[in-house]
Design a protein around this ligand. Structure first.
Ligand SMILES: NC(=O)c1ccc[n+]([C@@H]2O[C@H](COP(=O)([O-])OP(=O)(O)OC[C@H]3O[C@@H](n4cnc5c(N)ncnc54)[C@H](OP(=O)(O)O)[C@@H]3O)[C@@H](O)[C@H]2O)c1
Length: 337
């Protein structure tokens, strides 16, 4: 089967190649998906560029991509939830990296039936960003009705989903974006939009119960300048906290470095009696089932910026890496049936 492979660390254009690889064989609790669509996430180009070298050694070539939608081709002996022919979507476990491929293996517990009202492209736009924001806003921040939240980068893959989820949870949503995307993020339900090209979100003052830090660097520490005392900051792009470092089983030396890097954030959180958590999302089929219901009821809509063909997948990743995507970047692996 054809699979897009990372051949080395480096530039996107010179480090990716479509290769012929062996079709995977499934185990008892796994399913084989005949892929129709996949989507890219910033994580994919960050891996290519070597940003996660400290997390462990990669042996190349290795697949790329973490979102898949398609049709069940084979089921393992102990799989009860799915049958051949089901339309499913998944964010597979780290051990099966590589959804930019004609067939993808995933655990049954990391998979759900696709939302019945969505096509393959729309369904492939959901798993990674949907699970990330669900875990950030529901599981960690426990965002509740009437609370106010600041969501950075409302027009991106994460932001477009997070705005809609936060509104569904009953929160008052403020988001940041550039001038060209103001009406776009308003159409998703944002109550207040801050145009970062002409306004400074720090002028809002300490008014937010929750800050969803999707930008990292100075935005992480600055989150505490707009947070109410006792509030919560959940970051998916900033400083890794001790809970996540432990979750990854990072060695003592790396944990010491991370804890040193996190010292200002830890201090700011303690001073304000606030919570700071870094989230690295995890696969979860039950949560994908819950998300499917939100799409089926029309509560959340899929937002796709651009669809590329499989043969254009390198251009698709280059497009995403420009950092200006408005919603998700999809790669159509096969034509829809
Ligand atoms: N930890 C995890 O588990 C996890 C999971 C998923 C994602 N992430 C991380 O979350 C981040 C966001 O992911 P994504 O999928 O949303 O990326 P994305 O789709 O590439 O984000 C692009 C969007 O960011 C906006 N943007 C860029 N700079 C901005 C700024 N300074 N202020 C406001 N908006 C800005 C752009 O809007 P304009 O064109 O208007 O600037 C664009 O619409 C990435 O760093 C990703 O790696 C982490």
């Amino acid at each position: 089967m054809k699979s897009l492979m990372i051949t080395k660390y480096g530039d996107i254009s010179s480090s990716l190649e479509q290769q012929e690889v062996t079709r995977p064989i499934i185990e008892a609790n796994q399913i084989l998906i005949k892929t129709y669509s996949s989507s890219f996430n910033p994580y994919d180009y960050k891996v290519v560029k070597g940003d996660f070298k400290a997390m462990g050694k990669i042996s190349f070539p290795i697949g790329i991509g973490r979102d898949v939608s398609g049709i069940v081709e084979e089921v393992g002996k102990s799989v009860k939830k799915f049958k051949v022919g089901d339309k499913v979507y998944s964010r597979p476990n780290e051990s099966f990296v590589g959804t930019m491929a004609e067939y993808v293996v995933t655990n049954d517990e990391d998979t759900a039936l696709m939302p019945s009202n969505l096509n393959f492209d729309e369904s492939a736009s959901i798993p990674l960003v949907g699970l990330t924001s669900y875990q950030a806003l529901v599981d960690i921040a426990k965002l509740s009705k009437g609370e106010s939240i600041l969501i950075h980068a409302g027009s991106g893959g994460i932001g477009t989903f997070a705005i809609q989820l936060a509104k569904h949870l009953g929160a008052k949503v403020t988001t940041t974006t550039s001038t060209k995307n103001i009406s776009f993020v308003k159409s998703l339900g944002a109550d207040k939009v801050i145009d970062y090209t002409s306004q400074n979100y720090l002028d809002e003052g300490a008014v937010f119960d929750v800050v969803y830090d999707t930008l990292g660097s100075n935005y992480t520490l600055d989150s505490f300048k707009v947070l109410k005392s006792g509030g919560r900051v959940v970051s998916i792009a900033g400083t890794i906290d001790s809970i996540t470092a432990e979750q990854f089983g990072l060695n003592k030396f790396i944990r010491m470095i991370l804890s040193f890097q996190a010292r200002k954030v830890t201090k700011a959180a303690a001073k304000m009696n606030a919570m700071y958590r870094f989230l690295f999302m995890s696969p979860n089929g039950d949560q994908l089932e819950k998300l499917a219901k939100l799409y089926e009821s029309g509560t959340i809509k899929p937002l796709i910026d651009k669809v590329f063909n499989f043969d254009e997948s390198i251009q698709a990743l280059e497009y995403l890496a420009k950092g200006r995507a408005k919603g998700k970047v999809i790669v159509k692996i096969r034509e829809d049936i």
